[in-house]
Design a protein around this ligand. Structure first.
Ligand code: AR6
Length: 166
């Protein structure tokens, strides 16, 4: 049986097969969770990312975890919130789908997600956590070999919102 957990704290500390990075189209680092991941993983991550030629919004690319406890980092680019009529929901759902696709390809059994797009990209928290939960439940129903999905909450608003949907 797969499990879904919500935890409060810093995603870079988690000892899981893969953590997800809420990156930007360049994949060359930034602020928020992206900055935290690059700073803990170390400079080799940036070198690796330079060879990935960026990432489209909604897509996902994978690298080694370098100095992180996690074995892999899955970099995905969430949509910037522009009011809700610019395919934001669809693109955010694509992020989760594409991250899950990579778990299958790489034999990843445990994965942790930050609340993609809810920081710098201003996606409303309730909408974003609802999409995360829906896509995760949908995926786990068909792929019980993925053992654990963790939603990492960096603030109370995100934590209560996940709690509400789970
Ligand atoms: N662990 C877990 N969650 C975190 C951490 C952390 N260490 N740090 C922040 N969060 P954001 P976005 C939460 O802004 O909205 C970057 O500059 C944060 O509280 O990191 O997708 C990229 O390069 C929020 O709930 O990502 C892009 O340019 C969530 O992670 C842009 O920001 C996402 O916030 C992407 O914006």
């Amino acid at each position: 049986m797969s499990s879904i957990e919500i935890v409060e704290g810093d995603i870079t500390k988690l000892d899981v097969d893969a953590i997800v990075n809420a990156a930007n189209n360049s994949l060359l680092g930034g602020g928020g969770v992206d900055g935290a991941i690059h700073s803990v993983a170390g400079p080799e991550l940036l070198e690796d990312c330079r060879n990935l030629n960026g990432c489209e919004t909604g897509e996902a690319k994978i690298t080694d975890g370098y100095n992180l406890p996690a074995k892999y980092i899955i970099h995905t680019v969430g949509p910037v919130w522009k009011g809700g009529n610019n395919k934001e929901d669809e693109l955010l759902a694509e992020c989760y789908k594409n991250c899950f696709r990579l778990t299958e390809e790489y034999g990843i059994k445990t994965i942790a997600f930050p609340a993609i797009s809810t920081g710098v990209y201003r996606f409303p928290v309730d909408g974003a956590t609802q999409i995360a939960v829906q896509e995760t439940k949908k995926y786990l129903k068909e792929h019980p070999n993925l053992e654990k999905v963790i939603f990492v909450c960096f603030n109370d608003e995100v934590y209560s919102s996940y709690k509400n949907y789970l």
